[in-house]
Design a protein around this ligand. Sequence first.
Ligand code: HEM
Length: 210
Amino acid sequence: MKSDPNKLLRYTPFERANHWLVAITFILLALSGLVFFHPAFYPLNQLFGGGVWTRILHPFLGLVMALSFGVMFFSYRKLNLMTPTDRAWLSHVREMVDGDDRNMPEAGKFNGGQKLLFWLLVACMVLLILSGIVIWRAYFAFLFPAAVIRFASVVHAVAATVINALIIFHIYAAIWTRESIDAMLYGQVRRAWAKQHHPAWFREMTGGGK
Ligand code: HEM
């Protein structure tokens, strides 16, 4: 593909494919998880071939998401280390939401909000994976006492509720920050977008904004 001089590469094709694999498995996990969560959501089992298939597929989908999120974790962990600038960014975020971004400290590739979200997602993922293994009846649950399985079920439900709220927020923020969807769909963003939303990253990518 010919590179457009007005655009900057934000995500490689591999990063994008992996992100969408995480996103698709996440949605399938949320839908199949709701089936076990409350009888009102039980009809959703039809999407997965019935109750038994939903039970079988949910943990395997979880494995796919855990592995692809693991790839994301190792790719982005260094970029998401919090700096004093990110903390200052977070303390000004209200002004930005109210439409005034003049006092926003300069964000790098990811801003303070994206970094905070990243670490909250990591925490939820770790809890979901560990508790998910304990409650995976077919292969692991028999290794644990009943009280541990009960506790792990609660941890799993709470972490799932929190991560659903985080992802709803993530999608809202991706739509609210116009054109950021382009980054994940096409890999490239306009230089003006980068300069406005991630000025420190823009300078890094352009050698000082020339
Ligand atoms: C349909 C659902 C989703 C949509 C529409 C979506 C959209 C996006 C977009 C547009 C970006 C680029 C933001 C930027 O470059 O500034 C992004 C980045 C990212 N997404 Fe998603 N995403 C979805 C689901 C998920 C899920 C399920 C996870 C993890 C559990 C996730 C984790 C991330 C991470 C870690 C990044 C990089 C930094 C960040 O923006 O936080 N996304 N997503």
